[in-house]
Design a protein around this ligand. Structure first.
Ligand code: SF4
Ligand code: SF4
Length: 471
């Protein structure tokens, strides 16, 4: 017996097109209200520290050169006392993997604190909002200004705001490019018109990216563009810290007189002032429940706590809590998933630190010349090699070069080699052997580089020594 699901055609008739639902909603500009509070102070302190690190580090010198510098043309990366070469990029990949895993760990424990407090998009957006407040006034003044017809006052205020935004954008772009080209020279070259065209391009690019992202796009980046906001919800569990409104305490919401016994009137603690909505940088109402737009910035907590103080109600109607707390259960902080993340994170950090500390401070590459071999005037077989020696240390080193692998092997060319700090040196050397001392036409040889100042530092590289066919 077959079962059929009854279907009903709900397509609007063509002549009633005006009844169709508009699926596109234009973005409504968010005018956030200024507020004070503990979490705002924490965020400002964290943001100030990040600003200081970002803008300050690029001006620091270390051993006579910029402390942090991606020297792309020479493919060297300086971080304070350490020089990283392309061969070391596995370590940098390791740092990125550890950072990503650290972010997972923090997300499982504390939700979106990264987004609300330390994400550059948020930090720069808060700064741009501050510029907006300084130039255009508080929330109500800004709403009025936006609705007002064009006037000298409006032009002046908008012009001042955009100029400030652009100035911060230029500083951000210049600093970013300064991590790739020494910033002191870069500033002079840009100002005197002697910089490379690409330098102008990248400074302009990052200036406009900052101006556009923090000035215009703002929450749209978090809601629609950021991949992290999309996948982090799968990392949440019922014990993850979230910003949440307590409906059991807040409802029935509604206005009341301050002195009134609101419980007797059947009201909860929410006075429906909507301040929590007005301060929200993503424009949501946290009282509707946890939403993907919430970046966990706690602005609504600060705003609501201020209201609770004024009403003489206990703080925490909106708070950092967990789903278990909200449903009256106990939050389990040390849960297997979090412990697992912590253990893996610690192991990865340990492995990374060991790899960093144990990495050889000398790199050594040997490549054989394309010419197979030649016979010299004494009848000896000669092979030519190109050697590349990297001194990754911050001081110069002298090395003794030796070769072994055949009983009569002789090394011709420079044997004591000095390489300046953080530099690489390329040189050509010859090996020769009497043909009768060669057991085969292709023989393995070993080049050894011994640090003259440090007996324990020694590195080897293998190659081949080729001669005529042995009959
Ligand atoms: S700020 Fe607090 S009291 Fe005011 S509407 Fe939001 S939750 Fe209710
Ligand atoms: S709901 Fe609260 S915590 Fe979430 S983004 Fe808005 S203000 Fe920040």
């Amino acid at each position: 017996m077959s079962h059929r699901i009854p279907l009903q055609d709900i397509t609007p008739p063509p002549d009633k097109g005006s009844n169709s639902v508009e699926l596109y909603a234009a973005r409504e500009k968010i005018h956030t209200r200024a507020f004070k509070g503990l979490f705002r102070n924490l965020r400002m302190a964290g943001g100030a520290l990040l600003f200081l690190i970002y803008f300050g580090t690029v001006w620091l010198d270390w051993n006579g050169r910029q402390a942090v510098w991606w020297n792309l043309p020479e493919r060297k990366f300086y971080i304070f006392g350490s020089t990283f070469w392309p061969q070391d990029f596995i370590l940098l990949s390791g740092i990125l993997i550890v950072a990503a895993f650290g972010l997972f760990f923090i997300t499982v424990y504390a939700g979106r604190v990264w987004c609300g407090y330390t994400c550059p998009q948020s930090v720069w957006t808060w700064i741009f909002m501050w510029c907006e407040k300084v130039t255009e006034g508080d929330r109500n003044q800004r709403i009025r200004l936006d609705k007002a017809p064009l006037s000298a006052n409006k032009l002046l205020r908008k012009g001042a705001k955009h100029s400030l935004w652009l100035l911060i954008g230029i500083a951000t772009g210049l600093t970013f490019v300064g991590y790739f080209a020494p910033i002191r020279e870069l500033c002079i070259e840009l100002l005197t018109g002697q910089a490379d065209g690409w330098a102008y391009f990248w400074v302009a690019f990052f200036t406009l990216a900052t101006y556009g992202n923090a000035g215009w796009l703002r929450e749209q980046v978090c809601i629609h563009m950021c991949p992290y906001s999309r996948f982090q919800s799968v990392m949440f569990d019922k014990d993850t810290l979230i910003v949440s409104y307590d409906p059991r305490r807040g409802e029935q919401r509604g206005p009341r007189r301050k002195q009134a016994d609101h419980k007797a009137e059947g009201l909860g603690d929410c006075i429906d002032c909507t301040l929590c909505v007005q301060v929200c940088p993503t424009g949501i109402d946290i009282r509707d429940g946890l939403q993907i737009e919430c970046i966990g910035c706690a602005a609504c907590i600060d705003a609501c706590d201020n209201v609770m103080d004024k009403m003489n109600y206990p703080r925490g109607l909106i708070s950092y809590t967990t789903e278990h707390n909200l449903s009256g259960q106990v939050t389990q902080t040390l849960r297997p998933r979090l412990i697992g993340y912590a253990v893996v994170l610690l192991v990865m950090i340990g492995a990374l630190v060991s790899a960093f500390l144990l990495r050889p401070l000398v790199g050594f590459d040997v490549s054989k010349d394309r010419m197979l071999y030649r016979e010299n005037a004494q009848g000896r077989i000669e092979n030519v090699y190109s050697l590349k020696i990297l001194n990754k240390d911050q001081k110069p080193h002298s090395y003794l070069l030796q070769a072994s692998g055949l009983p009569d092997l002789r090394l011709q060319g420079q044997q004591e080699i000095r390489v300046p700090a953080g530099e690489s040196l390329s040189l050509a050397v010859e090996l020769s052997s009497a043909p009768e001392q060669m057991p085969s036409s292709t023989n393995e040889v070993t080049f050894t580089l011994q640090d003259i100042d440090d007996n324990s530092s020694r590195i080897e590289a293998k190659s081949r020594f080729i001669g005529p066919q042995i009959r």
